[in-house]
Ligand binder design. Structure first.
Ligand code: FDA
Length: 302
């Protein structure tokens, strides 16, 4: 399991495969978990989710960008997504990754790009979630959030439960709308819990903390045990349903997504789309090698 995970994380970071994949179009089963390669296809996918009472957080795929032109292109694409949400009256908001907007190129360049995005979204009353990436990008991402929060209130972020410092961070960002996740990257022992049980325990602790804190909480997991725990916890502590939502990734546990929405819980699907699907797809395989079933089904059910 550890080896398989490391192998897919290694593949997710392979530059040649990453750039090759942009030319291939959606392949290897990625079409099951990526909502198209362009805005038109993504809008149709979001409309279909909205018809079931499910909202969407839209991710224009791409990360670890090292060229200014590429970061500017990503910015334009995200601005176009914001306009598409507004024009199509979608029940949706944006998820983005600071490394796609130039965090590895130059801090101020990245802040300028993000400011433009947050400002347009603010004009249309659209929320922007800053996804959290690997540890090396954590502090600068929080710094950008602090800087933009001086002028805008339509920003939220992610707390990753595998980090020892997640408790400190959730307290620091207690006034924000937060998505709480277990954590998707490979992090060393001196920074992050490695044991699944310890990660799960910390995950529950953080969710309970933010729910009791009264700010909006997005519980982003496919783990039905966590979901059942949260349902019971919210009931016991009379936490209103409009104070939290469940989130899952597009294409995963579709039945459970629909079931939760039907039960009257707020549900939001993370909708990734775009040409840069390869790294995202490999990380999903790293998390859960059973997802390889998706690949086999797509390859053989032609
Ligand atoms: P986990 O992988 O721990 O599985 C627990 C149990 O759930 C399994 O044993 C199984 O029983 C069940 N299960 C899980 N997947 C299943 C499936 N597909 N089908 C059936 N059963 C399944 N990470 C990050 O570092 N930064 C971020 O910004 C984000 N953002 C984000 C948004 C959203 C909406 C989600 C859902 C996730 C993220 N993540 C993330 C990823 C997150 O950190 C984590 O890596 C994955 O969600 C995997 O952990 P889970 O909690 O889903 O279950």
């Amino acid at each position: 399991m550890g080896l398989t995970r490391d192998f897919f994380i290694y593949l997710s970071q392979n530059k040649a495969l990453n750039s090759g994949a942009k030319r291939w179009g959606l392949k290897m089963g990625a079409q099951s978990v990526v909502a198209g390669t362009n805005i038109k296809e993504m809008v149709e996918s979001v409309k279909a989710l909205n018809a079931h009472g499910i909202s969407a957080t839209i991710d224009n795929l791409g990360e670890f960008v090292f060229q200014k032109e590429e970061a500017l292109e990503a910015k334009e694409q995200i601005l176009a997504v914001i306009k598409a949400i507004h024009e199509n009256n979608l029940d949706a908001h944006i998820s983005l990754k600071p490394t796609q907007l130039g965090l590895d190129i130059e801090y101020t360049f990245c802040v300028d790009n993000l400011r433009e995005i947050v400002a347009l979204a603010h004009e249309y009353n659209i929320f922007i979630n800053f996804d959290m990436e690997d540890y090396g990008h954590l502090k600068p991402s929080f710094d950008i959030i602090d800087e933009l929060s001086v002028d805008y209130d339509n920003i939220g972020t992610v707390i990753q439960a595998y980090f020892y410092e997640s408790e400190e961070n959730i307290k620091r960002y207690k006034d924000y709308r937060l998505r709480i996740v277990k954590g998707a990257y490979k992090e060393p022992e001196n920074l992050a819990y490695q044991d699944k049980r310890e990660i799960d325990q910390n995950y529950i602790r953080l969710i309970e903390y933010h729910l009791l804190n009264g700010k909006f909480t997005s519980i982003a997991t496919h783990d039905h045990q966590v979901i059942n725990h949260v349902k019971a916890f919210a009931k016991k502590h009379q936490i209103p349903k409009d104070k939290y939502e469940f989130q899952m990734l597009y294409g995963f546990r579709k039945d459970l997504q629909l079931e939760l929405a039907k039960e009257g819980f707020n549900f939001c699907t993370y909708v990734p789309f775009g040409k840069d699907w390869y790294g995202y797809f490999m990380r999903r395989l790293a998390e859960r090698p059973q997802n390889l079933n998706l690949v086999f089904k797509q390859v053989f059910n032609k």
